[in-house]
Design a protein around this ligand. Structure first.
Ligand code: ZN
Length: 122
């Protein structure tokens, strides 16, 4: 991978990280506003739903952040852009779309097939 590609991908990662941090902060202030409001008894169920959605969202975003941090570390260690499972070089096209990805398309598809995560509903 060329120095130019690497710099470009690093920029993408840093931008993604910033966006997630901004989103997390936004979520936290929304949640605070909601908690501070005087919520009626019949709204309790809805509040609980929101709380669980909030947790799921946060968990996903935190996972994304972790992957981004990991990718940035790999850049320093020169192991960036290599599939963690089969050790193949990832394509630039894939990194362009998913700069924090840890696996090649094939390995990721295999893993998803195995652990079929339930989708998060809106
Ligand atoms: Zn692989």
């Amino acid at each position: 991978m060329s120095e130019k590609d690497l710099t470009h991908l690093k920029d993408l990662l840093l931008r993604q990280r910033r966006e997630i941090l901004v989103r997390l902060q936004g979520l936290e202030s929304d949640w605070q506003a909601l908690s501070e409001r005087d919520i009626e008894r019949e709204e309790e169920a809805q509040k609980a739903d929101l709380a669980s959605l909030f947790d799921q969202l946060e968990e996903r975003e935190r996972q994304e952040l972790e992957d981004i941090e990991l990718a940035l570390t790999k850049m320093v260690n020169v192991t960036y852009g290599i599939c963690e499972k089969c050790r193949k070089q990832l394509s630039l096209e894939r990194l362009e779309v998913l700069p924090a990805t840890r696996f090649c398309r094939k390995c990721e598809a295999e893993m998803e097939e195995k652990q079929k995560k339930p989708a998060i509903l809106p």
